[in-house]
Ligand binder design. Structure first.
Ligand code: CMP
Length: 140
């Protein structure tokens, strides 16, 4: 059994749409454990680290704008294969392409301004999870 930790962010649209409880409910219903949780306003520095692989993309400024539209809920959750499973529970990056039954498929809306607002983020591998946990929970 591979017990893993992952970093989950409920992004500004998820918070504004009132999906904090729903997202946490899905984490718990799947049997995963909450290890840490906080409400945070993302700083430029945190976003540049978190999205370091996208920093040279044309849409990086849009991601920054989006992620600073309001508070974020940062969560460390753990459980067997949580990285892969929570990714599948989140669904496709584009909410219009995400399957029903996933968080993005059930609740995501496509925006008219081209910014992909998709409610949640989660780490995509063990290395990234460690790095991302440090970015959002430097005190741990
Ligand atoms: P995520 O899977 O967290 O990783 C990168 C994020 O950038 C993605 O979700 C989207 O929320 C965000 N994003 C905003 N605009 C774009 C865009 N034009 N193309 C791709 N990703 C975008």
């Amino acid at each position: 059994m591979s017990r893993e930790k992952t970093l989950i962010l409920i992004k500004p649209d998820g918070v504004q749409l009132g999906l904090v409880g729903e997202s946490i409910n899905r984490i718990e219903r799947k049997g995963y454990q909450l290890e840490a949780l906080k409400v945070v306003n993302a700083s430029k520095d945190q976003l540049e680290h978190h999205y370091s692989e996208l920093i040279h993309k044309s849409f990086f400024r849009e991601i920054e704008k989006y992620m600073q539209e309001g508070p974020i809920v940062a969560i460390i959750a753990s459980g067997p294969h949580i990285i892969d499973v929570f990714h599948r529970m989140s669904g496709n990056t584009n909410p219009s392409l995400a399957s029903f039954g996933t968080i993005r498929g059930d609740f995501g809306r496509e925006s008219n301004d081209g910014i992909i607002r998709n409610i949640v983020h989660s780490s995509d591998n063990v290395e990234h999870a460690k790095e991302e946990i440090k970015i959002w929970f430097p005190e741990l």
